[in-house]
Structures are given as structure tokens and as C-alpha cells.
Ligand binder design. Structure first.
Ligand SMILES: *[C@@H]1O[C@H](CO)[C@@H](O)[C@H](O)[C@H]1NC(C)=O
Ligand SMILES: *[C@@H]1O[C@H](CO)[C@@H](O)[C@H](O)[C@H]1NC(C)=O
Ligand SMILES: *[C@@H]1O[C@H](CO)[C@@H](O)[C@H](O)[C@H]1NC(C)=O
Length: 494
């Protein structure tokens, strides 16, 4: 009896672990900024805690909680600046306290370094659980106010001399926060390095997959053609019981296809998962992320499989790409069941797998940003199978009926109104993007404001400039890092 119960628990654990993909909605498990490659002499830094208000916008609410941060004072020189790395949509990674390009700048300018974990992610738990009534305290505005209070708090705790300049750093969503921190709190934040940060909130982010397609084209048109042909074969196979069986085998589906329902959310989820494979590879192509799992799977790896006619039919090659990623991500089978994913994301427990950030980030997309990466713009490549309704439905299914298209429309409009989208008017900010990173489509890649320049790096991926240097870096990436360092130097002289 006990054995059977244990078995049930174990199996339930396995199933739960499968329901959430390692990469979904343009976000990697753990957050979008990967881990830097570490040098051998890394000494782990310890967790520190800072008391924050739960609600910065209600002075009658005195509730507080403890926010995690890290410190590295090893490079600090008297009179030096303070660098603050902003945590984002995943657990804050202490390895960034020892490695990464910002550490090189810290050495150069004698900076005191902090990293502040974002509320509701990692170990920074402002509330007892992740229920919808608690998630109302999860927003970019609260996170920015956390930064402001943190800066004040550290100035006091470390007796940082008045007039010391704080520079914020962030990649991906924290890249947006970095720019916004300078805009909202210019008396506290003197400058910001904003990498791969989207500035425009948008419900239907169809440009995302346009960039993915463009990135695949840097390998060859044949690579795209192979995906198109493979997808056509998938459509045809879906229509017949034998084809459905074949797909389930080839792609290692966890569950067989329900023959009566080949146009439902499961199928949309399947197509979206297949497309996500490409997104994941493109978004991180050849960056210097230390990820033992997928770091060596590049656009070349998958396109070489897709165009190789010796590897079977196009649909078989597509399955080989999918299986390669499944294996690299330690997933035993391809889980496309919509309800399984939703029930996982509905779990409000901090102990649940979705609490690594999947639920929280979905909440932020449903109430602030949209950013839904739909297939709308490229019906050929990824087929018109995961339109915006599919994602809006998820908001409703996960958080409740109020979280519908109307809420999303006003939420996104609100975000663009309070931050200004592309009209954000700032100084001492550098916007950095890579041309093959799909997120650049919502970021500032050109600027006419000399006080807030944009650096658009040809051929690099998400947050590439933030990782430690490597021998394989293209010269334009090296150049970008150098220029950012010079800009920071200029700001510090102001
Ligand atoms: C990537 O590296 C892993 C582990 O080192 C290896 O098993 C795998 O075959 C590599 N994959 C590719 C596509 O090179
Ligand atoms: C939520 O997740 C926790 C931890 O994995 C689990 O113990 C609990 O049963 C889940 N709750 C529901 C309602 O599924
Ligand atoms: C970007 O790099 C590619 C490949 O190296 C090259 O063909 C292209 O002309 C470059 N684009 C720009 C705008 O420099």
C-alpha cells in the first residue's frame, strides 16, 4: 500500500516535471539571463536580506518582507561608484557577482557591486503564496520602487558618501527595468546599461517569430524551406489516425493524440512547443552562457539536421531537432497537453515547480506586457496555429475570468503610458541589442538622442554583451563591450 502510494507520488512528480517546458513564451526556466562562465577561483557569495514594503504605493500598508541581495565589495575603491545588477524573471544568480562584463567595468572603475533579486522570484517571497490576490503586488512598478528603497538602504548601511553615483545593469526584462529605473528615479540612478530590454508592451508580439525566421535564414533558405515542408507534413499526418500515431512516435509525445480533437488547445500547444524549439536556439545562439544543457546547440546544429536529406523525410528531421532539445533539457517525452500545463501554472505554492518563475512571469505578461509570441506573422513557417487568442485564453484559464482580453488591452496601454514605450526620454542610458535576438523587435535599436545611444550588434543573441568575453566573440561584440565601458566612464565624469 505504502509502496503504491509512493509510486503514485513519484509518478505525479514525473508528470508535473514534464508539464512545463524548459523554454516557453520566450523565457527560459530560471529566467532569461543565463549563467556566466566561471573562472576557477569563484567563492560563493552569501545571501543577504533587505526589508522592503509589500506595497510601495499605499502608505497606510505597513507590511514588509525580506528581499534577497548579494554584495561584492572586492573591487571597490574609495570614491568609486556603485553598480547594481537588477534581478528579473528568475532566481538571482550569485555567479554574476564574480563574472560577466559588468565585473570588468567594476574592476576598471573601482565599483561596489550589488545584485537585487526581483520580488516574487527566487528566494524573494513577499507573500505566503502565489495566489492571485497576492500577485497584485507583483509588478514592474513595485520592483522599481524596491530598487529605490534598496539604494537608499545601502547608502545608509554602507555609509556610502553623498554624491556617489549608482549605475544599474540589466539584461532582458531587467534591461527594461534598468532604463526605467533611470527614468523614474534619476536622483538615485545616475546611469543604466539596458541589454535586450523590451520597451514596448504589446499583446500580439508577432515580430518575434519574424526575427527567428530571419535568424534561421542566416544559415540558409533551405533551412526555412525544410521547416515549412515538415510543418505541412505534420498538418497532413494530424488528419489521419495512422499519421497521428506516427507523429506521437516520432516526436515522443507523452500522450497519444485524441483523434476526435485535432484542432484544440493541445494541438495549438504542440505547434507552439515545436516553434519554441527554434526560438530557444535562436535566442541563445552562440552566446557565452554557461549552460551545460543546450549551449552547444546552435542555429547551425539544427539547420544542418533540417537540410540533410540523408536523415529522412522533413518531418523526421524536424522530429530529430525536437528530440535533440528534449534530450538536452532532460525531458523524457514531449508534453503538449494544455490542461496539464495550465494546472501546473495554477498552483499557488512556493514549493511547486511553476514557482521558479513560470507562474509569476505569465502573470506579468497577462497584467503588464503581453509579449505573446504568436504565429500570426508567419503562417508559412510556423503555421497559423497559435494565434493571440490561444495566449489570452491561458491568462483566463490560469488566473480567472477577469484576466481577459479587455484587461490585457488596458494593461498594455497603461504600461506604455507610464513608461513611454519608445518615447522614453532619458539620459545616461545605453540600449544594447543583438540582431538575431528576437526581443530586439520591441527594443530601441536606433537612437537620435546622443545622451541615450543604442548599440545594435550584428549577429549576436540575447544579452550577449553581458557574458564574459571569449575567443569566439565577433569583433562587433568586442567593440560594443568597449564602447559601453567608455560610456559608463563618461557618465561617471559628469
Ligand atoms: C553537446 O554537449 C553534450 C555534452 O558535452 C554532448 O553530449 C552532446 O552530444 C553535444 N551536442 C551537440 C549537438 O554537439
Ligand atoms: C502544488 O504544488 C505542490 C508542490 O509541488 C504540491 O504539493 C501541491 O499538491 C500542488 N497543489 C495542487 C493544487 O496541485
Ligand atoms: C551582418 O553580418 C552579416 C554576416 O557576417 C553580413 O552579411 C551583413 O552584411 C552584416 N550586416 C550589417 C548591417 O552590417
Amino acid at each position: 500500500m505504502l509502496f503504491i502510494r509512493l509510486l503514485v507520488i513519484l509518478l505525479a512528480g514525473v508528470n508535473a516535471a514534464l508539464a512545463l517546458r524548459s523554454f516557453a513564451r520566450g523565457r527560459s526556466k530560471g529566467g532569461n539571463l543565463g549563467s556566466p562562465v566561471l573562472s576557477k577561483d569563484y567563492v560563493p557569495v552569501e545571501d543577504q536580506w533587505f526589508e522592503q514594503f509589500l506595497d510601495h504605493f499605499n502608505p497606510t500598508d505597513a507590511r514588509t518582507w525580506k528581499q534577497r541581495y548579494f554584495t561584492n565589495s572586492g573591487f571597490y575603491k574609495k570614491g568609486g561608484p556603485v553598480f547594481l545588477m537588477i534581478g528579473g524573471e528568475g532566481t538571482a544568480n550569485p555567479k554574476w557577482m564574480a563574472e560577466g562584463e559588468w565585473i570588468e567595468y567594476a574592476k576598471q572603475y573601482g565599483a561596489l557591486c550589488f545584485q537585487l533579486e526581483h520580488r516574487f522570484y527566487g528566494k524573494s517571497h513577499p507573500t505566503a503564496d502565489l495566489s492571485v490576490k497576492n500577485l497584485m503586488y507583483l509588478s514592474s512598478e513595485q520592483a522599481l520602487a524596491d530598487l529605490a528603497y534598496f539604494i537608499e538602504g545601502m547608502n545608509l548601511r554602507h555609509q556610502i558618501p553623498a554624491g556617489t553615483k549608482w549605475i544599474t545593469f540589466g539584461g532582458s526584462y531587467p534591461g527594461s527595468l534598468a532604463a526605467w529605473s533611470r527614468a523614474k528615479y534619476p536622483h538615485l540612478v545616475h546611469g543604466a546599461m539596458s541589454a535586450s530590454g523590451p520597451l514596448l508592451a504589446q499583446i500580439d508580439f508577432q515580430q518575434y517569430y519574424v526575427v527567428v525566421e530571419d535568424a534561421l535564414r542566416t544559415h540558409s533558405q533551405a533551412c526555412i524551406d525544410a521547416v515549412v515542408t515538415a510543418n505541412k507534413q505534420v498538418h497532413i499526418m494530424l488528419r489521419h489516425p495512422l499519421g497521428q500515431k506516427g507523429l506521437a512516435e516520432k516526436f515522443k509525445f507523452c500522450d497519444p493524440i485524441d483523434p476526435g480533437h485535432t484542432k484544440n488547445n493541445d494541438i495549438a500547444n504542440m505547434y507552439e512547443s515545436l516553434a519554441s524549439n527554434f526560438a530557444e536556439v535562436v535566442q541563445y545562439n552562440k552566446d557565452n552562457r554557461k549552460s551545460s544543457k543546450t549551449a552547444n546547440i546552435t542555429i547551425d546544429t539544427i539547420c544542418n539536421i533540417l537540410v540533410d536529406e540523408n536523415r529522412g523525410t522533413p518531418v523526421s528531421r524536424l522530429a530529430q531537432v525536437s528530440n535533440l532539445l528534449l534530450k538536452a533539457n532532460d525531458e523524457k517525452c514531449f508534453d503538449y497537453k494544455y490542461n496539464k500545463m495550465i494546472s501546473e501554472l495554477r498552483n499557488v505554492s512556493w514549493a511547486d515547480e511553476a514557482a521558479e518563475g513560470g507562474r509569476q512571469w505569465t502573470y506579468q505578461t497577462c497584467t503588464e506586457f503581453g509579449f505573446f509570441q504568436t504565429s500570426t506573422a508567419r503562417p508559412q513557417l510556423f503555421s497559423e496555429t497559435f494565434p493571440v487568442d490561444f495566449f489570452v485564453q491561458q491568462c483566463t484559464d490560469i488566473f480567472g475570468p477577469r484576466y481577459n482580453i479587455h484587461l490585457l488591452q488596458s494593461a498594455v496601454e497603461r504600461t506604455n503610458t507610464i513608461y513611454g514605450a519608445f518615447d522614453l526620454d532619458v539620459s545616461n542610458v545605453v540600449f544594447v541589442h543583438g540582431s538575431i535576438d528576437p526581443w530586439h523587435a520591441l527594443g530601441k535599436i536606433k537612437s537620435t538622442n546622443p545622451r541615450a545611444p543604442a548599440i545594435y550588434i550584428n549577429g549576436t543573441a540575447h544579452c550577449a554583451n553581458m557574458y564574459p568575453q571569449s575567443d569566439n566573440d565577433p569583433p562587433q561584440l568586442t567593440e560594443a563591450r568597449k564602447r559601453i565601458g567608455q560610456l559608463i566612464g563618461q557618465w561617471l565624469k559628469d
